[in-house]
Ligand binder design. Structure first.
Ligand code: F6R
Length: 244
């Protein structure tokens, strides 16, 4: 496990974006998964800038979504799909057939999970997965207690996720369930990166890096990954031992 501490959000985002562009340069048909949310916003912007400036071709890359709010349509600005399409797929000109995202409105959620697992398996697994972390330690919508061995599944959202999640929506929105890749997808990926910034994430980062590796703290799963990395800024690292 590697922990990279960058001076601020900009530097954290730059280091993370670089990992994506370097991968695509060496493997143009890589399968990539990047979380939605506030943490990866600048990373996505920088990837798009680098792709343009350095002429990096993303048209052969594959992308999957990490998760989605069940019942929230893709045109809702708070949906993960909305974020990914506008911040990543459109600016990078990713080919539509190379994109596989969870349909939050699907009638059969079990099939939705199976289709995602099949898509990933048929393409030889995820090359790079970049996740954020919730204040309760969740990864994607793998809430505390979610088994490390799970693939895609539907989950009842934790109270903290339901309330913190309101920040993505223009109006009060009922958020009850999520559909998400499982932590086994992360463990199977060739490289796994967790990004976090700001003081609000300091307590959970300390627990994830220095606490017990346990499903009660989903973010600790990164330490189980042979090629796992935390890329965090100084504020998120501020409670780590030796970093006072
Ligand atoms: C979003 C996702 C969530 C977020 C996490 C942190 O696709 O998977 O697990 O990564 O809740 O959210 P932000 O980055 O907004 O602090």
């Amino acid at each position: 496990m590697k922990v990279s501490i960058e001076k601020d959000y900009d530097a954290m985002s730059l280091r993370t974006a670089r990992q994506v562009t370097e991968l695509v340069k060496s493997k143009p048909d890589a399968l990539i998964c990047i979380a939605a949310g506030h943490t990866p916003a600048l990373t996505c912007e920088l990837i798009a800038q680098m792709a343009k400036k350095e002429n990096i071709d993303f048209s052969r890359c594959y992308f999957v979504s990490l998760d989605e709010w069940v019942g929230i349509p893709p045109e809702n600005e708070g949906s993960c799909q909305y974020f990914l399409r506008n911040n990543l797929f459109k600016p990078l000109h990713v080919t539509e057939k190379n994109i596989h995202v969870f349909n939050a409105l699907a009638g059969n959620m079990q099939k939705e999970c199976k289709d995602m697992d099949d898509f990933i398996r048929e393409r030889g697994g995820i090359d790079l997965i970049i996740v954020g972390v919730g204040r309760n330690g969740h990864i994607g919508f793998n809430e505390p207690g979610a088994a490390f061995e799970q693939y895609s599944h539907v989950i009842d959202l934790h109270e903290v996720t339901q309330s913190v999640g309101q920040k993505y929506f223009r109006e009060q929105t009922t958020l009850t369930q999520g559909i998400t890749l499982g932590l086994q997808h992360l463990l199977d990926a060739r490289k796994a990166i967790l990004i976090a910034n700001g003081e609000k994430k300091a307590a959970v980062i300390k627990e994830a890096i220095e606490g017990e590796i346990s499903p009660q703290m989903p973010a600790s799963v990164i330490r189980r990954h042979a090629n796992g990395e935390f890329i965090i800024d100084k504020e998120a690292a501020s409670l780590l031992s030796g970093n006072a």
